[in-house]
Design a protein around this ligand. Structure first.
Ligand code: 8YV
Length: 325
């Protein structure tokens, strides 16, 4: 009999059959209390867990006594209790490399759409409002040669810096705990404190993971430092930005606009005031959601799980240093 794994995200046929060669796969529709209760036996027996979008906490781990490895089809792993996993010597794998360029493209799309009012003017044209020559009411603001501040100079931050520097001749500022010499040399990026970045940037791109330290890191005080002509982009995790404070800043036009791929609550509630504001461009958390990249992430997810279950955690493992060999 093959050992079993739980799969809580759909896989293309070739990847599913690759996984099924070695493991008995129980596919469930999502990771939540109902599916765990419904498949309690499978959860008890599973040595592996593969998918994205469900909470993996102590309660879930208690229902999975045989678990050896989790593989999340995402770069972010804020839904995982990493300490609880490490305490049980369970490996946590993720997909940090394959989505970099696609997420950076999405961020540039948000930069351009919010500065050049692409979605707003698209709606305007489609509503039949283009009945006269356009004037200042329809004008927007430039992107090229402006200053772009990156809060979170990781892989994605660097891919954004490359696009901004070489595609749009932008000046790059960034914040980071330690200097990124490669980014300074390649993109002439300048490291500074967050307050200075907020004051000087025309575009502030938040590309941070969600942790206790980053939650609501951008609140009313930080937004107040931004120029009234500046745009905030968030493509990391929603709760890094205080959405109420952001809504107020957008309403009162103390900043020019925002481009958001992530929200404090996802899906964002339809009643959210943010959705009524013309100066915000919203996306439904699709930073990595292209056909090519989602396939590559799923492939990495499968390979990461197979590797971890055969004792190989040298690549793409979040808690490798905490695991006992
Ligand atoms: C994921 C993301 O794809 O990778 C991440 O951390 O936010 C997205 O790219 C999403 O979590 C669903 O898989």
């Amino acid at each position: 009999m093959k050992p079993s794994v739980i799969l809580y995200e759909s896989l293309p046929a070739d990847l599913l059959s690759r996984l099924s060669e070695q493991y008995d796969v129980t596919e469930i529709s999502g990771l939540n209390a109902e599916t765990v209760a419904e498949h309690a036996d499978a959860f008890r027996q599973a040595v592996g867990l593969l998918g994205s979008g469900g909470k993996v906490d102590q309660t879930l781990l208690d229902s999975m006594p045989a678990l050896k490895a989790c593989s999340t089809i995402s770069v972010g792993y804020d839904l995982f209790d990493v300490d609880a996993l490490s305490a049980r010597n369970i490996a946590l794998m993720h997909t940090p490399t394959v989505l970099t360029d696609t997420v950076a493209d999405t961020i540039m799309a948000l930069v351009l759409a919010s500065a050049r009012r692409v979605t707003e003017l698209d709606r305007w044209v489609k509503a039949g409002k283009w009945t006269k020559n356009i004037g200042p009411e329809e004008f927007s603001i430039d992107v090229h040669h402006k200053t772009l501040g990156i809060v979170g100079m990781g892989r994605i931050g660097k891919a954004v810096a490359q696009r901004a520097r070489f595609g749009f001749d932008m000046e790059i500022l960034y914040t980071a705990r330690s200097a990124h010499k490669d980014a300074e040399e390649r993109f002439a990026a300048t490291r500074c404190e967050l307050d200075e970045l907020l004051k000087k940037s025309d575009f502030v791109c938040i590309i941070l993971p969600l942790t206790d330290q980053t939650r609501h890191m951008i609140g009313a005080g930080q937004l107040a430092l931004m120029k009234s002509s500046a745009i905030l982009i968030n493509a990391g995790r929603g709760p890094v930005v205080d959405e109420q404070a952001l809504t107020r800043a957008l309403k009162e036009k103390t900043i020019y606009g925002a481009g958001l791929d992530v929200f404090e609550q996802e899906p964002i509630p339809a009643r959210s005031e943010l959705l009524t504001l013309p100066n915000v461009v919203t996306l439904p958390h699709v930073g990595s959601a292209t056909h090519e990249t989602r396939y590559a992430m799923k492939k990495d997810g499968v390979e990461n799980l197979l590797a971890a279950l055969s004792g190989h955690t040298d690549k793409n493992c979040v808690n490798a240093s905490a695991l006992k060999k």
